[in-house]
Design a protein around this ligand. Sequence first.
Ligand code: UDX
Length: 449
Amino acid sequence: MEAQRRNRLILVPCPFQGHITPMLQLGTVLQSKGFVITVAHTKFNSPNPSYYPDFKFLEMPDGLSDLNVSSKNLVSVLSGFNINCKIPLQEALTQMVKTNGHREKIGCIIYDEYMYFSNAVANHLQIPSIILSTSSAANMLTYQAIPRFLNDGYIPLKETMLMDPVPELQPLRFKDLPFSNATDSDGLLQLISEAHKTRTSSAIIWNTAECLEQSSLAQLGQGYQIPFFPIGPMHKMVPPSCCSLLEEDYKCISWLDEQMDSSVIYVSLGSIASMDEKGLVEMAWGLANSKQPFLWVVRIDSSNGRDGIKILPESFEKTVGERGYIVNWAPQKEVLAHRAVGGFWSHCGWNSTIESVSEGVPMICQSYFGDQKVNARFLSQVWGVGIQWESDLERGEVGIVIRRLMVNEEGKVIRHRAIELKEKIEISIKQGGSSSNSLIDLINHILLS
Ligand code: UDX
């Protein structure tokens, strides 16, 4: 089905890799259905327009450029975007309507849940708006439960209850809640409550699939009056190399070409999480001890802002030789789809999670903060496609857990489940599958708004 020409959609991504990626994927999907796309982005972490020659890009002054953003100050950075970007977006869209109004209409503003100022702009201009949720439905359920936790006296969380199961949210324990280890938990709770009001938006788009989250989506749906469109995993509907803010090192693919099938453990902690120096060194020797080939992403800010590669001992490189390959940033989707990759040591960001399960790659789940803890729990306890890592990194244990996943009988069972899940996901995105049908419903929803 093709949408009418010149129906322009305004996309407002939150400027972090894990959020920009699904928004740009959504833009690519909707453009292929006939919509015209404008991406309204901050100056900070602006996407590369040359990857999207058919998109229009609109830069919003954000007042926050050149920040050293870490998980510690995300709350203030996100609040800042919501204050600083509202007027610039409103003015730019008002101008757009004046100039192009006779040739095209703005059909809808689709905004990342954390860029909620967009809803006020949409209301001001009387344009419909839709939310894109870039994390899992299970994670959103924990946010929905916050008023209940406050009411029942569970918040602030007490140290003694962290291992207890959360009522009505099994298999989560209190320690798995996204705000359980936040540095500024009050600020985070406030941000979450702002971001998770649907306001006047007409729907929520999810980068998830019913075969993964049917139960969470159904449970969540009871609390919302608006439709849900679970259309994921979107990365399976667009070309792989589309959304990276950092340069991807493709040389690792040639290295993978030389490795045996399912032999390589891929290690990456996404774009924000980092290991301290001791953890990095333990991980290095654990990889060496595992005797498995490994591809390791060590970002230039991977160890408390320092380049982790410079911290690695010289003897490590000598010990592992050709068996290990380290890059600053990998083409992750191609890596996970490579026949040589047999396991993923991950921080369990939602994008990494769905990219891995879509390829049938079993995981070692080492979550750090936020939704990663919920995802790690679902990967290991619900879908059974991962081993959860919850201790400090220690070289002996690291080597053992890698062999449990990559070599042992336990790993074979986990891999089998991962392949079954991959097959279910493939069915969802094919014509007639649940995600494919949801996409058709979403397009109709936009056209009829
Ligand atoms: C952040 C949060 O940490 C995460 O919990 C939340 O779900 C989304 O926002 P991030 O840490 O970047 O995301 O993790 P993730 O969601 O996994 O996204 C990382 C993206 O970067 C993935 O699409 C992955 O393919 C890509 N990536 C990662 C690369 O392309 N190359 C790499 O070397 C590493």
